[in-house]
Design a protein around this ligand. Sequence first.
Ligand code: FES
Length: 152
Amino acid sequence: GAVKVHMKVNGRDTEVDIDPRTSLLDCLRETLSLTGTKKGCDHGQCGACTVHVNGRRVNACMSLAVMHEGDEITTIEGLGQPDHLHPMQEAFVEHDGYQCGYCTSGQIMSAVGLLNEPWGQSDAEVKEAMSGNLCRCGAYKNIVAAIQHVRK
Ligand code: FES
């Protein structure tokens, strides 16, 4: 049977009634219609599904929604608005940090998450910190430039 889970999603108290086998990713995309978070591999390998759980970046495909009772979840929809972008979103626009855009939500959520992690200042460290987020178009150079713009 379905299970009730209470989360704070993008600042809003949210109750969902879901099958306990539902991933956090499917809960966000299908139950809550927050389709900004993308599904690439569904196996923890591409990072397209990156969201923040209590401020830390996680792959939403890799955990079950029922594990998040009481948690604060932030998705790309909660980061900024079209008329009021987060500085990381602005930097991705300025530096052309995307091509097809499919990985972009995950790249940006991951990049914002790394701002609160103890990485060094070099491009190599940013690449390492972002190694869980794949971009099949190969926009890595501009993604790193966007992130460094925000970090400096
Ligand atoms: Fe979650 Fe690829 S969809 S890591």
